[in-house]
Write a protein that binds this ligand. Structure first.
Ligand code: MTE
Length: 350
């Protein structure tokens, strides 16, 4: 494996699969994830796009007139800013094995990225709304599906073209991001233009967008019909999760600790994060120590006195609508959306 796969140094991250990088959550101590620590999920190498020759084409049977836009044109449009976490649908898939003893690896039809806890990050994204960009091509009333295509077209799997229903495409918070945390998108995160589809699994946030198809017909492909599917239904929305910002499993010395972690609900503020050190027999409230916004994750913390021996620390997040985490997560062959309460193993040395 060569380091030219990514533009950034992979040294501070865990390599996962051939082309992806996982964030060690324990290396984070803030709300927004710095770009150099942000996980990377790539089906192939990071694309290096020349901004001078970059073009975005909007076409399809549901626009009046196809248009081709330059980066200058997109950069001159009104911008909308969204603070949203981004999480791979397969994040935590290793826990189906580690916590539930279920089969994890899928090798047929593409390799799964073996994520533990850190296939997730939180950033501030800014760029024109997708609906404003579509408007330039004269969308027809017949428009039902919108599919951004990534410029990593020659990837070994099928192209990254992820169709979304028109309601999500025209949502005020669905954007074509030009910046991440106030700086131009880094190459690894989609420079010069990526979709941000808040609340939905990370795959919808297509990087290096080069073409957008707007259609009256439903657009379907391998990803919508085979890869991102649970019980015959295409996965779209994320689910409620919480995890500790500790290695999995963790080791530490004895004494008083301040343990922290990240909890997220796809589209609602968090009502509570609780923790348990006795296998879930009793729960205590953790402090939420960050902003608590609809598409954001929250950072939480609690005090725990580590005594020598083997421990298991659990956390449970509940959002404003009462959506919470199950005790176990029903297995699905794609090992997607693992969101059970995590019994995080912690060994405390004498
Ligand atoms: N877009 C393109 N063009 N190519 C990709 O490989 N990976 C997707 C999505 N967009 C991908 C893509 C997946 S599976 C995820 S989880 C997110 O990008 C990850 O975004 P990040 O690499 O910026 O963290």
């Amino acid at each position: 494996m060569s380091d030219t796969i990514w533009a950034k140094s992979p040294d501070a991250l865990h390599r996962r699969g051939q082309t992806s990088l996982e964030t060690p959550l324990e290396s984070l101590d803030g709300y927004l994830t710095p770009a150099d620590r942000f996980f990377v999920c790539n089906v192939t190498e990071t694309q290096r796009i020349d901004p001078a020759t970059y073009r975005l084409e909007i076409h399809g049977d549901a626009v009046a007139e196809p248009v081709t836009l330059t980066l200058e044109h997109l950069a001159a449009m009104p911008r909308h800013t969204v603070r949203s976490y981004l999480e791979c649908a397969g994040n935590q898939r290793k826990l189906f094995g580690a916590l539930q003893g279920q089969y994890v690896e899928r090798t047929e039809g593409g390799e799964d990225v073996p994520w533990v806890l850190g296939g997730v990050g939180m950033a501030e994204w800014s760029g024109p709304r997708l609906r404003d960009v579509l408007a330039l091509a004269g969308p027809c009333e017949t428009m039902r599906w919108v599919a951004p295509l990534g410029l990593d077209i020659d990837n070994p799997e099928c192209p990254i073209e992820i169709p979304m229903p028109v309601e999500k495409a025209l949502h005020e918070d669905t954007i074509l991001a030009l910046t991440m945390n106030g700086a131009p998108l880094p190459a690894d995160h989609g420079f010069p233009v990526r979709a941000i589809v808040p609340g939905w699994i990370g795959t919808y946030s297509v990087k290096w967008v080069g073409r957008i198809t707007a259609s009256a017909q439903e657009i379907r492909n391998y990803r919508t019909d085979e890869y991102y599917v649970i019980d015959g239904v295409t996965v779209t929305r994320q689910n409620v999760k919480s995890s500790l910002a500790l290695p999995f499993p963790a080791t530490m010395g004895p004494g008083p600790k301040r343990i922290h972690g990240y909890a997220r609900s796809p589209d609602r503020p968090m009502r509570s994060v609780e923790w348990s050190a006795n296998g879930g027999q009793s729960w205590q409230s953790a402090d939420i120590i960050s902003p608590n916004e609809p598409y954001g994750w929250v950072r939480f913390a609690f005090a725990w006195t580590a005594t020598p021996g083997e421990h298991s620390l659990m956390t449970r997040a509940t959002d404003e609508a009462g959506e919470t985490q199950p005790v176990t997560c029903p297995f699905n062959p794609g090992t997607l959306l693992f969101n059970a309460i995590i019994a995080h193993p912690v060994t405390v040395a004498a």
